[in-house]
Ligand binder design. Sequence first.
Ligand code: C2E
Ligand code: MG
Ligand code: MG
Length: 428
Amino acid sequence: MPVNRVLVIEDDPLLRDALVDILSFQQFSTIAAADGVTGLHLAEVTEPDAILCDIDLPELGGFDVLEQLQTKQATAGIPFIFLTGQQSAQVRRRGMRLGADDFLTKPFDVDDLCDALRTRIQRHQSIVASHHPDKDSQDYPQPPGCSELQSVPELRSVPELRSVNEKTALLVEDLPLALARSQLSVVYQPQFDVCTHQMLGAEALIRWSHPQLGQIPPSVFMAMAEESDLIVEIGQWVLEESLRRFGGNLWGPPGFRLAINVSTRQLQAHDFAENLFSLCDSYDFPPHCLEVEITETLLLQPNFQVCRQLNRLKKKGVQIALDDFGTGFASLQQLQQIPCDTLKIDACFVKELRANHPSAAIKSAAIVRSIIRLARMLELTVVAEGIETAEQLTMLRRYGCDIAQGFLLGRPMTYRQLLRYSGYRLPH
Ligand code: C2E
Ligand code: MG
Ligand code: MG
């Protein structure tokens, strides 16, 4: 199921952050602006699936934002919902006249918010699809068997499943079939050059939409898959799906890289590298535009086979990133043994970065700076992930970090959304 992207235009930072959190929890991808001018700009360059906009905004108010969006063909149809503190009929009428689709009065209920968004987005998408019958099927090719899915009898309704154990048991049972039932998908989170603000790449992240339990986080189901050979099958599918998507079609500035997470169990196969090269060949994907991310925590003892595969990849130009750097037990030893190009500073260190620091922030800043310094000495690129605030981005820029990734800059999104997003530059 494609992830829908919502642009939130709200000047109250607490409400803005709360909306972003709520929406991401509800599996929307979000982008946020603190004023009308930025909101208008982001709406034009990213063409979100829906816009939530406060009426009272500094400089350019909500009504003006809507009025300007209505003048452009690309943005006129985007479902637009006003957030308002007032219930006055006059305000509503003015909004409706300008083309607003709905009003939510603060404080609003989460269910109402999601319901309003889903209804408007669905209605809009069905209108677009009826005008362009081939459009969606082109962007989201339905794998064979997908239409039969609805009638598969074992897709029973089990709303009474409540305990964690029951849910886990259901997931363990259903995971082996998730691929065949087309419940897995891949989304892409953009990465930006911290200095030039260009989009430099994206990380492929898997998603599982379970028919009864909804979106299951990969941290849950990939850990289950890791227990068996399923991880190899699923990992292979992610590689194939992502290389197919981007292959023959690589866009963006020179040096654009697609990062894909790979489990060490995949790397233990003696033919992993050969298999990857033949996928690159089949999908016309240049190996030097690929970065393989290995999770440091899974690499407690890099073995001979893993290092051999990594060396083969590197010889053909594939880049190697050490993910979640700093959280494993043997980070430095691994740096010596693994032919790596990039260190990804784990989000847990980035999260604590704050200018007005309590002691945790001081420690995290020290760790982040040390990792960046180490990377400089080893001539490695540094990516910081999990950036959620402008303050964290500024500090990372000051410390000399190369690449930025995080909800502040872009949530994981579909390939099509990433294409649209690629024209977007970070605000200075
Ligand atoms: P990761 O590779 O470290 O991916 C980064 C995770 O951080 C992603 O979670 C991403 O959605 C999340 N993230 C990005 N920016 C922010 C932010 O600003 N704030 C917060 N709170 N989170 C942010 P996700 O997609 O849930 O993936 C979790 C982990 O699952 C990944 O961590 C990776 O280890 C694993 N994973 C995901 N896809 C794959 C895959 O295709 N293969 C394998 N082997 N593992 C995967
Ligand atoms: Mg990763
Ligand atoms: Mg990571």
